[in-house]
Design a protein around this ligand. Sequence first.
Ligand SMILES: [Cu+2]
Length: 237
Amino acid sequence: MVFPEDISAVGHHVDDLFYLALGLTTVAFVLVIVILAYFLIRYRSRPGHKALYTHGNTAKAFGLTVFLALVVFVGIDINLAIHDHHAWEATWGTVPVGDVLRVEIQPQQFAWNIRYAGKDGKFATEDDILTINELHIPVNKPVIVALQSKDVIHSFFLPNFRVKQDAVPGMVTSLTFKAVKKGEYDIACAEHCGLGHYRMRGMLTVEEEDDFNQWLDAKSLQNTPDMTWGWTWGEGK
Ligand SMILES: [Cu+2]
């Protein structure tokens, strides 16, 4: 449909959920319209037919209402809740362990400050590597991003992974994702964070692990790490 390309391992669960919700509500909508049209035509005003005044049948009306409510509740609400649970589990249910890339991101008005741990595998040390609006990750490797905002609430949004996570001042939040396709993709801020919100666009580059390591090495020669973040996960990779 009109979604951006899904390059994640689990994003299809979210897409499926959307299509399911769209499908179920479309069926309900069409049914209602068809029944409405039928009654409009069937009982329309025409010569030879007198209008009938009726209070209806309370028992029947009650039964029909309960029946329809159950159909909607079980057929749509419960159905969506079950699929929603699957999508949630797939996206957020398991935190990857082992060979994982950890990154710390501190958004601010209006940029993404991105920090890698460097050779020692620890954040907030001399060999940290900093970039602005430029996140590189290896393909087929789980990534865990820790977030804490410097100022207001931002939201780290990866449209091509179907995930987003709020970044809040004073608390560390995190999210996990894995790319299965190389390329250049968008990072967006999904929280209206001020006048320059529209400028909060970052670039995500997904590449082979070797290319990623080369890029990281080149970056590490260029920059002086900023130790003023005031928060860290400590261990990284
Ligand atoms: Cu923002």
